[in-house]
Design a binder for this molecule. Structure first.
Ligand code: CP
Length: 315
């Protein structure tokens, strides 16, 4: 398979904000090419031939980990997976871990806790490229797959309205950044105290294009009215499990159920990054309905991550 590979400007992909709008659009175009080639039985490209990519995961993952593993292999490379208790456990400094890894691999994919920790790790190496596979604050790989799923449905997302209902978490932050960068209006409906923090909210408004808007409020019914897509995520993210029962009480009015989808309108799509907690943030009726594109989002994790790796490998 021969494709023109656009290179990324920034060394690392720690945030959607590391992409300028052109790079975001190029990544999505390349992901569409990879998807179509794979459907035709041509999944292989050779941009990582003979190279390894390190996967460092401090938290569980089905989609991100599987998709990166397949993506690296279909690009001709292989993965190494140092155990999380040797990478970030304090056995040695994160900086020394990075300075070892850069001698072996051109790219490392990291799922960890604080974004600041990932940023410190990334600056420890001037040549090894670092991909954010989820931090407590941002989940940019998820947002790429989400944008691809919407473009597949609508052609262009410009002028559409995305409503996110639930916790103003890492998924919401990256989703909002990518959406407004492509010209989508974004409405967040969260319980009071669970909005995007001020820094992340400001980061979203900074990358707005094509007259897109970004608003935060606390009324899910008002927020979904006329929305083209309704998105939700877990009420208790990884690391918040001990607080899940208390949070379930607070978030109950924010459940995406049939009544909320009716309030959105008959053409509204339903989205979720998965894993879903059926009966909590979403009902079976909604996630299993024809409006649901959750498994398209999941599939596209592969194609978008493949595009990202290919762009990061381009010289
Ligand atoms: N959506 C997502 O990141 O899934 P995993 O946690 O399974 O990787």
């Amino acid at each position: 398979m021969i494709v023109e590979l656009p290179a990324l400007k920034s060394k690392d992909f720690l945030s959607i904000l590391d992409l300028n709008p052109e790079a975001l659009e190029q990544a999505l175009e390349l992901a569409a090419v990879f998807k179509s080639e794979r459907v035709k039985g041509r999944p292989h490209a050779h941009v990582l031939e003979g190279q390894h990519v390190a996967l460092l995961f401090e938290k569980p993952s089905l989609r991100t980990h599987s998709a990166f593993t397949i993506a690296v292999r279909e690009l001709g490379g292989d993965v190494i997976e140092p155990a999380s208790d040797v990478a970030f456990s304090g056995r040695e400094s994160a900086s020394d871990v990075a300075r070892n890894l850069e001698r072996w691999v051109p790219i490392v994919v990291v799922r960890t806790f604080e974004q600041a920790r990932l940023e410190r790790f990334a600056v420890s190496s001037s040549r090894m490229r670092v991909i954010n596979a989820l931090t407590d604050e941002e989940h940019p790989c998820q947002a790429l797959a989400d944008m691809q799923a919407l473009i597949e449905r609508w052609g262009s997302v410009k002028g559409r309205t995305m409503t996110y209902v639930g916790d103003g978490n890492n998924v919401a932050a990256s989703l909002a950044q990518a959406s407004v960068m492509l010209g989508m209006h974004v409405r967040l409906a969260t319980p009071e105290g669970f909005e995007l923090n001020a820094g992340l909210a400001e980061s979203v408004t900074r990358v707005v294009r094509f007259g897109a808007t970004f608003t935060q409020g606390h009324d899910p019914v008002a927020a979904v009215k006329g929305a083209d897509a309704v998105y939700t995520d877990a009420w208790a993210s990884m690391g918040q499990e001990a607080d899940a029962e208390r949070r379930a009480g607070i978030f109950r009015p924010f459940q995406v159920n049939a009544a909320l989808m009716v309030a959105a309108g008959k053409d509204a799509l339903f989205m979720h990054c998965l894993p879903a907690h059926r009966g909590l943030e979403v009902t079976d009726e909604v996630i299993d309905s024809p409006a649901s594109i959750v498994f398209d989002q999941s599939e596209n994790r592969l194609h978008t991550q493949k595009a990202l790796l290919a762009m990061m490998s381009a010289r």
